[in-house]
Design a protein around this ligand. Sequence first.
Ligand code: TRP
Length: 455
Amino acid sequence: MSSREGFKSELGALLAAAGSAVGLGNIWRFPIECGQNGGAAYILVYILCIILLGLPVMMSEFILGKTAKCNSAMVFSKFTSQPLWKYLGLIFIITALVISSYYAVVAGWTLEYLYMSITDQFSGKSSSDFQPLFDNFTSNPYRSLVCTLAIFIITHFIVSRGVRQGIEKYSKVLMPALFMAIIVLVICSVSLEGASEGINFLLHPDFTKIDSHITIDALGQAFYSLSLGMGCLITYASYFNKDTNLTKTGINVCIIDTVVAVMAGFIIFPAMFNAGHGISPEDVGPSLIFITLPNIFQECFSSVPIIGYLFAVLFFFLLLVSAITSLISLHEVITSFITEKYSASRRRAAIIVTSSYISLGILCALSFGLLKDFTIADMNIFSLFDFLSSNVLLPFGGLATSVFVGWVIDKKFQYHYLTYTSKARTWFFFFIRFMIRYVVPFGVGFILIHQFGFL
Ligand code: TRP
């Protein structure tokens, strides 16, 4: 483990971490949550969750990774010999497996929709055509499977090339491309006629909607969006070089992630209001992205179809890139574990991870077609994996991380924080420590209690 590879530059490290954070969660989940739950009031609650709970957990994950210089599943045992913690790290591996399996299926849909938009298959279709288009695609066992497989192969290719030549190099290309795509799409969308109505809708604060449920929801969304609670950032921080400024990187990742999420709202809402669609309760998750939006893009630019065409291509490209950079980080969590625990080569480890992903991914991809009648607690496999990871495993991982850092290794953490965080400011350190000890465990504990219906 002596010649452990790391990121070459601070910018590479930042872009890789931002790549993990910015994903499907920002582009489709955040805008819709925001639109339905109080607009600017939700944004405010969300930003508070990011600053007060997300940032402290992110800093803790960074310190753990940078200090231990090992994969996330073994990180706890680097600091303590208590057997409980040795096994708790393994939850990160299970969580990564569960998330990736359904996440790659959605990433596969974005690939198919990118293909459809490039080959101009949306033009001439009316609003009623998009639902059957989506249903036919997802229930077709081959198309959905092929797309999911393609996503796993792309991810595999990048991860197996290594930290520098794979993850860092591709993040440095894909992330700027993603930022450019977002800027172009926002400019196009806000210059549409009637865009101000969409912007007002997004920015109009409706504080009456904010209650404990929405707050817990915003907290869960903040953790998901920042990729917290399962060791992605622990793994990446273990590749940071010794000069990487953790405070600066942490704050920048939070800013980039939040700005992208809000900008996604500025892409989606002006277009929806321009098409006279407004927002309805069914516009959630997949149906918004794959049924409502392709139609809306067409309608908005019906006078200049080529712009509508380019808009759709760029939008699905944006989704695909954001999904791939997030999947890379999920893949790396397990790849690094296998490499270090079993002294396997990276290529071998990546093959094992990709094969496991494919096996579970197939089940998720088929859960809209062949396996749609196979349900557990009224959920198909896809929804079950989504529920399990977002609502149970991730909050649990966040809770474990905060209790570990705040209580189990408090003294060591203080020492490492001040040693490893160049230019650490004392007030910032006390803020992080206070939050991680007293606020985060309760906040995340509430999410868990809430999920099990006790709140
Ligand atoms: N943050 C990504 C998104 O917003 C998804 C993601 C990647 C993730 N790695 C994660 C979520 C780790 C939770 C934990 O889409």
